[in-house]
Design a protein around this ligand. Sequence first.
Ligand code: ZN
Length: 85
Amino acid sequence: MRDYGMTDTEYDYIRWIFQGNVCPVCDELLVSGSIDIDHLHGTDIIRGLLHHKCNSSILGQNYEAKGLTNNPKFEEYVKRNVLER
Ligand SMILES: [Zn+2]
């Protein structure tokens, strides 16, 4: 089991099939060991797998200050819920 009750199968599906091993925020390849599970705070809703640095830019709604709100791909990403339990 992974964080937030995610099974290894679910994790692998999201990483390799759903996201194609690409971080949805910056479009670069994910690297094992520095992947964060991004979930909606206070819920079990998982939005995706991100680089730690990309996840950090979202935490605290800090992304506006980093200019990411002009990224359409990112806007789409934050509205998406991948797994809802
Ligand atoms: Zn990234």
